[in-house]
Ligand binder design. Structure first.
Ligand code: ZN
Length: 179
């Protein structure tokens, strides 16, 4: 393109370049958002299978859980539990294990308060973008740790493995601890 030869042409050129830059920036922003979402979903998937091992979920690091069919209780998915791991079903049985368990160390056996259920029975909801049904995940994290009271954040969302969108369902801040 030759150099503009009038004030009018110069101004038009400036406008065209700015418009082009804005358009490219919008593209970069969209790709950056896509990357963030893919990395977030990857992190969630990486952590989901070990959520039950954490004796203090959400306290030192964020935890991610599958939910039961009623969208109430956190569960362990059978397919993602390593073979041979004991899953306790009674308090008495669990207490025997816990008496030997060293404080602060990850559990090596599944606590009795988690039900072990097949993947087909986890609570699901639709992705807001592509409408695909996917498991709902609960994120749990302590957001405030003070003598005046603690705050815990429960966030539920649908990570869509088909299109990479994360659909927010609910966020609840509470002083109540949930195990
Ligand atoms: Zn989707």
């Amino acid at each position: 393109m030759s150099f503009p030869e009038s004030l009018e042409a110069l101004r038009l050129d400036v406008m065209a370049r700015k418009a082009r830059a804005e358009e490219r920036q919008a593209y970069i922003d969209r790709i950056a958002r896509e990357c963030d979402m893919q990395l977030f979903i990857a992190r969630v998937l990486q952590r989901l299978p070990d959520a039950w091992c954490d004796p203090d979920p959400g306290k030192y690091d964020v935890s991610y859980f599958f939910l039961d069919a009623l969208c109430e209780k956190r569960i362990v998915v059978k397919e993602f539990l390593p073979k041979g791991v004991v899953a306790h079903t009674s308090l008495a049985e669990w207490q025997k294990y816990n008496a030997q368990h060293q404080y602060g160390v990850p559990f090596s056996e599944v606590p009795y308060w988690f039900k072990v259920v097949p993947l087909k029975d986890v609570f699901r909801a639709r992705c807001s973008n592509c409408r695909e049904e996917q498991p709902v995940i609960e994120e749990y994290l302590q957001t405030e740790d003070s003598p005046d009271g603690d705050t815990w954040r429960r966030r539920r969302f649908v990570p869509c493995l088909k299109c990479g969108t994360v659909t927010e369902l609910a966020v609840k801040e509470t002083s109540e601890r949930v195990y």
